[in-house]
Design a binder for this molecule. Structure first.
Ligand SMILES: Cc1cc2nc3c(=O)[nH]c(=O)nc-3n(C[C@H](O)[C@H](O)[C@H](O)COP(=O)(O)OP(=O)(O)OC[C@H]3O[C@@H](n4cnc5c(N)ncnc54)[C@H](O)[C@@H]3O)c2cc1C
Length: 582
């Protein structure tokens, strides 16, 4: 039985990897659905088709502006009528309910058609974008003009409005820092106002109005609608990338110096395999030969039949408690990804060996499952909710560089106690560790830190515990509470946001700007009020809530006693409360 289960993914992963390079994929579904062509009575979800609490959000109407002028009139009429508003994007990537209007009376303003590059100034090295422009467009337009945005997220479907909405980042300790918002030189934002201003006002923010600018650089969408963003670029350059596999025995000692040694460093960590993959990634002279391309394998179009086979195996392994099967799949996945250089090629076609050298724009970000024609869902992005594919949760938080060694060692202690406890996350390519930097944005990073991105199985049944549920819950609580980790605003389960506002030294300054820009709170919702500390109740208490990361368990019913899971202290962090199999 075990053998059968572990062979299925072998076949399907191979199919997945070798067939995805030649096919085009069905593009992701629109996250907004309306009941008629007037775009009224609508729903919105995220790109995974599921918010943390599994609800679907509603809106009375969706508007699709194509210019700043139209934006102004939409915000003015919402402000005059005192209607709640949220800004939505083409794909709606953020996991938490940032995009949800307060209730079904609220409206959505979508930036889907605010998708034009307004201006590129080659002399000044700046680019001005409408807020729905994607990272892919930014990269392409900049490179056509010999320019580059140096540090970006690894997925190019994100919009500029969404990236600065949640503080999206790449990985570096260099330059102005790792986050896109640290390269913003001007923001045009349309906000509600009083009748003297015609109920809406365009604010132009830059270093001259520092306080407002620092608030708008990461705003969670609560200050108004960002109309345009101007970014500072630099001349295009080349990079050289080599992945080096090492034992993780000295990982805690290595991480800080590794981040300082290599400009684009990151590390993928596979704790159960005691292995870490160091990405040695640096700038090289522009005349170095090489035309490498990064088309990250998990972001490629993937055959839905392979995705279904993998998911069925994962469901079965979870259901039958087949830990060894999960560990085998984890190893296999890691090996295949490593052998195929994670999707790097030396020339856009094949991988012939390290280093892979190429222009920054071809290496910095990918997402080929987005670039597609309809193919009747034969291939899709792996997490497309219309097919039986990946369905997962994500805990993503950053731990200060001064504490990161201790955090890594705590995880290693847990692995010593429960050696197979983290195989599940290695099926999702382990823990991605990226370097992030302190920012002047009020809701940006507070200090230089290492970001831990952990992806793991989520059952379709909210009451079904995950294998080694307790280990992941403990790691999440150690990172967030013992070491004061800061959650990514656009990822995570509710527990990660408990008391988060207290971790921002300038939260009061942010709230002051919010009050000035939107005193009626039209762009706010219960969720944004909760994470900003205006209202109580980030966590939701109900049966099974801890299994979904909606709460930290305080009683057994928050786990699932009928399946043998009870609320217990952590194994090494005694303040943790986790759902353990007893
Ligand atoms: C596959 C994938 C890969 C990812 N990779 C990375 C990564 O490498 N690094 C990283 O840091 N993050 C990453 N993320 C997370 C991502 O950066 C955030 O979720 C980001 O906010 C999503 O951008 P979006 O354009 O989809 O915006 P949405 O998720 O739709 O919106 C995010 C927030 O911004 C607000 N907003 C959007 N546009 C405007 C506007 N014009 N005016 C005012 N408010 C606005 C929205 O209301 C919402 O509050 C990834 C997510 C996915 C799904």
């Amino acid at each position: 039985m075990l053998k059968d289960l572990s062979q299925k993914p072998l076949i399907s992963i191979l199919v997945l990897i070798f067939s995805t390079v030649i096919v085009l994929s069905t593009p992701p579904e629109d996250p907004i659905k309306c009941s008629n062509s007037q775009n009224t009575t609508c729903t919105i979800t995220n790109s995974y088709g599921m918010f943390p609490d599994r609800t679907i959000c509603q809106a009375s109407q969706v508007f699709y502006p194509t210019s700043e002028q139209e934006l102004v009139s939409m915000v003015a009429s919402a402000s005059r009528e005192k209607i709640k508003v949220k800004v939505a994007t083409r794909y709606s990537h953020s996991v938490p309910k940032l995009v949800c209007p307060e209730d079904s009376n609220g409206i959505l303003i979508s930036t889907k058609y605010l998708n034009k590059v307004v201006k590129i100034d080659v002399e000044e090295k700046t680019i001005t974008l409408e807020s729905g422009v994607t990272l892919k467009q930014i990269i392409n337009e900049a490179s056509k003009n010999g320019l580059a945005l140096p540090y970006t997220p690894y997925w190019y479907g994100l919009t500029i409005g969404g990236m600065i909405g949640t503080g999206a980042h790449g990985s570096t300790l260099s330059g102005k820092g790792s986050a896109v918002h640290d390269y913003v030189v001007e923001i045009r934002i349309v906000r509600p106002s009083d009748s003297d201003d015609g109920y809406a006002k365009v604010e132009i923010l830059n270093e001259q109005n520092n306080e407002d600018f620092n608030a708008a650089k990461v705003s969670l969408g609560v200050l108004g609608v960002i109309s345009q963003v101007t970014l500072k670029l630099e001349p295009i350059f080349k990079r050289s990338i080599t992945y080096v596999a090492k034992s993780d025995s000295d990982l805690g000692d290595q991480v800080v110096s590794f981040g300082h040694e290599h400009e684009f460093a990151d590390i993928s960590w596979y704790p159960s395999q005691h292995k870490a993959m160091y990405r040695v990634d640096d700038r090289v002279p522009i005349n170095t030969s090489g035309n490498g391309l990064y088309d990250f394998i998990p972001f490629r179009p993937t055959p839905s039949i392979a995705l279904a086979a993998i998911r069925i195996t994962e469901d079965l392994d979870e259901f039958t408690g087949n830990v060894d099967g999960k560990c085998r799949v984890a190893k296999l996945t890691t090996n295949i990804l490593f052998k195929s250089a994670y999707g790097l090629t030396n020339n856009g076609i094949i991988f012939t060996g390290y280093p892979v050298i190429g222009f920054h724009n071809r290496l910095q970000s990918s997402g080929s499952c987005l670039d597609s024609h309809q193919d009747a869902k034969i291939t899709t992005c792996a997490w497309d909710s219309r097919i039986k594919g990946e369905f997962f949760q994500q805990s993503t938080f950053r731990v200060s560089l001064s504490k990161v060694k201790n955090f890594i060692e705590d995880i290693q202690k847990l692995v010593q106690l429960v050696p197979k406890g983290l195989c599940g996350i290695e099926q999702y390519n382990g823990i991605l560790m990226r370097y992030v930097t302190a920012s002047s944005a009020y809701l940006g990073n507070q200090e230089d830190a290492l970001d831990f991105d952990i992806t793991y199985y989520r059952s379709k049944d909210p009451m079904a515990p995950r294998l080694y549920e307790d280990i992941l819950e403990e790691i999440e609580q150690i990172g967030i509470f013992k070491y004061g980790g800061l959650p990514h605003w656009g990822k995570n389960r509710n527990v990660a946001f408990e008391g988060v506002f207290k971790k921002y030294k300038d939260i009061e300054k942010f709230l002051k700007v919010k009050e000035k820009y939107d005193s009626q709170g039209l762009f706010s919702s219960t969720w944004t009020d909760q994470v900003l500390g205006i209202k109580e109740g980030v966590t939701i208490l109900k049966n099974g809530c801890a299994l979904e990361g909606l709460c930290i368990c305080s009683q057994d019913s928050h786990c699932n006693p009928s399946k043998g899971y009870f609320c217990r202290p952590g194994k090494i962090y005694k303040d943790a409360r986790v759902c353990s199999r007893v």
